[in-house]
Write a protein that binds this ligand. Structure first.
Ligand code: FE
Length: 427
């Protein structure tokens, strides 16, 4: 079982990254920020933390209103800093712990949280501001991360209770990860009080921030009862993002020891750093086994189905590049180049020789076995003028005629639209 060593609370204001990048360590106006994060960094080092589970919200950088989700778990193995308007920060990419992310994903879904999953997306200051402070003069922090993005910027959003409950499941998820040596800290980012929009911009409430930190330590259930409107009144509309800290607190045991707490409110937000050590008991082995069975319950046995390749997060991660390349066939310019300038396009997307041959030789079943999603293959089929039944026949090792004999009615169709549909219908 992986061990939850403790929880960290840290603001994620862009101020923090800016201070680091412009070397303001010795400027008295900025020094308290470095002091607070220095304590956190020392603790992470002292406690040999392997994974920082980063709970953060994106600021309409990588997650836009065209598809906004509540709980988006990063399942990638590498995370780059995002360009938020003035070019990306000069910080190295973070390593993702994909195996832990996949395990947590399965656990939270088994516990009936409707998660979404992301990869191939850069992380903005919500995650990168505090994470970059974990490095020192010897280089960036050497461990890995699992990011959990919570959509708190387009209402409705999950409430405080939902976040706390998710934290409780997250505890079981991490503890049931079968790696006895893995040491994890849960990092909640955001807050404390601030509001950055409207006539109330600049609102800060340091008294409430102190009360919030006290309750978080010793009576989190009182915070769970508060509504979003209560948080907006007390800590500003954007300050309501502190509900993310309840995921962290929920993932710790009832008993924690606060080993660090500091706040500093120089401008429009109260920048905080807090560290709690977890004092919980080691979970019972039988309970962990039962929870693992619960996680695997829905799909247990599916792996023995012949000719079936469940599209898991593991397959998705391993084949993201080729799936991404083929998914882009929904863009007219991409499919134009796919048909007329394939080699240059494949170069641009860094496809391997194997991936190129799978595509150009239309090796449908080999692509499925490798981990390409059928639903990008049917797009490719439409582009190259192959009907869906031809793909099914090929995957089964049959001719189209043989496949059609297995159907009640031998019809041909495709996901192509417009003139392409007509063309394929008349072929
Ligand atoms: Fe924020």
């Amino acid at each position: 079982m992986a061990k939850i060593v403790g929880g960290i609370g840290a603001s994620h204001s862009p101020t923090i990254g800016f201070a680091k990048d412009t070397h303001k360590e010795n400027d008295p106006a900025w020094a308290p920020i470095f002091e607070g994060f220095g304590e956190v960094r020392d603790w992470v080092k002292r406690k040999d933390i392997d994974v920082l589970f980063m709970i953060y919200n994106d600021h309409i950088t990588s997650f836009f209103f065209d598809h906004y989700s509540a709980f988006a778990l990063g399942v990638d193995d590498t995370y780059y800093p995002a360009d938020e308007g003035g070019g990306p920060r000069d910080v190295p990419p973070a390593k993702g712990h994909a195996a832990l992310a996949q395990h947590v994903a399965a656990a939270l879904v088994a516990d009936e949280f409707d998660m979404s999953f992301f990869q191939g997306k850069p992380l903005d200051h919500g995650c990168m501001s505090p994470l970059s402070m974990m490095g020192d003069e010897t280089g960036p922090w050497g461990g890995s991360i699992v990011p959990l993005q919570i959509g708190v910027l387009q209402l409705p959003i999950p409430n405080a209770r939902r976040c706390y409950k998710l934290g409780k499941s997250l505890r079981k998820a991490i503890q049931s990860f079968p790696d006895d040596s893995l040491r994890v800290a849960i990092v909640a980012t955001g807050g404390l009080s601030h509001q950055v929009h409207g006539e109330r911009a600049g609102f800060v409430n340091e008294d409430w921030d102190q009360e919030f930190l006290n309750l978080l330590e010793s009576a989190p259930e009182k915070l769970v009862e508060k509504r979003l409107a209560d948080y907006a009144v007390l800590g500003g509309m954007e300050g309501a993002e502190v509900i993310m800290w309840l995921v962290m607190r929920g993932a710790l045991s009832d008993k924690v020891t606060k080993v660090h707490s500091m706040t500093y409110a120089p401008s429009v937000t109260n920048i905080a750093t807090v560290v709690f050590e977890d004092e919980g008991d080691t979970p019972d082995k039988a309970d962990l086994e039962a929870y693992r069975a619960h996680i695997g319950y829905e799909l247990a046995g599916a792996e023995t189905l012949q000719g079936t390749y469940p599209f898991t997060l593991d397959r998705s991660l391993k084949c993201f590049r080729i799936n991404d390349f083929l998914h882009r066939l929904v863009i007219p310019e991409h499919r134009e180049r796919f048909l007329n300038d394939f080699d240059a396009l494949a170069d641009q997307y860094k496809l391997t020789a194997e991936e190129r041959s799978l595509i150009s030789e239309r090796k449908w079943i080999e692509m499925i076995r490798k981990g390409v999603s059928f639903f990008v293959l049917e797009k490719m089929a439409a582009v190259v003028g192959v009907s869906n039944p031809e793909v099914y026949a090929s995957m089964r090792g049959e001719t189209l005629e043989e496949f059609m004999k297995t159907r009640k009615v031998p019809i041909k169709y495709s996901v192509a639209g417009g003139a392409k549909a007509e063309e394929m219908n008349n072929a």
